[in-house]
Design a protein around this ligand. Sequence first.
Ligand code: PMV
Length: 330
Amino acid sequence: MSSFSREGRARARARANIALVKYWGKSNVALNVPAVGSISITLADLWSDTEIEFGPAIKADSFSLNGAEEVSELRRVTACLDLLRREAGVDTRARVVSHNNFPTAAGLASSASGFAALVGAAASALGLEHSPEDLSVLARRGSGSAARSVFGGFVEMQVGEAADGQDSYAVPILAAEDWPLHVVIAVTQTAAKATSSTKGMRSSETTSPFYRAWVESAPADLDAARNAITSRDFETLGRVAEHSCLKLHALAMTSRPPILYWNPATLACIDAVRGLQHAGVPVFFTIDAGPQLKAVCLPEVTDRVAAELHDINGVVDVLVTGLGPGLEIG
Ligand code: PMV
């Protein structure tokens, strides 16, 4: 790294996303390349706003989230900024100030929106010109799911083939306004999860007897989901998404030691969604590495789905959102 320094300041907004075909497992840990592709939807109303300032007077990187210094995440933030500093040929330190508009305590993953906003703001502050695909590669280095938050609407993450991971980035499938689905998030626990996705993946890769089948069956799920999205086939998309979600949790449960991300309220929410489906309501569920259930539905049934999930014992909050745009810089 050179000793050139540079002053610059920029801000960016990126939104959270939820995978319908899940990512779980890495083929290259150092470069954070996923072992399987994934398909997600970007959420309109859950975002991270990040402001970054590079300057010679700043002696060390710092990262504050929602007004508090986040020492535990600083190493990942610095590692991500180092990639951009190297590219710009500078070693200037930075002050990063980030805010999530959704409750971090709600246990909803903020690394996707957080790292997408971080690379967008940092690249702009350093005057680097990047294509959205390049920004997606950089965001992936911070967090696998962040690569998808660079784009809006329906998004596919590709594993790529290059040894350096440079073709492992996300691409848009369909814009948010072209199929305006809604997402109802049932928050069932506000404490931080016990096993991070990075740790959980590592464990599943090396100990679950089903890991190989997971990797081998992913391309068929991706094809089915992509086709369902382009043809707006809600029922097929729901079937594939629930299958992919349950496979991920089967991997977690069959890891050693076992990882169980659900609590009784998560299961009650699954039951409620299945009850609605039997009544002909267009809704399906998905669950990430935590106990919150996300119900995806057509807009005309959102209120009914939200009311049903709200009434479940153990559901502490219900958030409703539509689909939104990708990374916004400036
Ligand atoms: O991006 P990470 O490392 O936080 O992993 C995300 C893993 C899941 O949220 C469980 C699935 C996904 O595809 O987002």
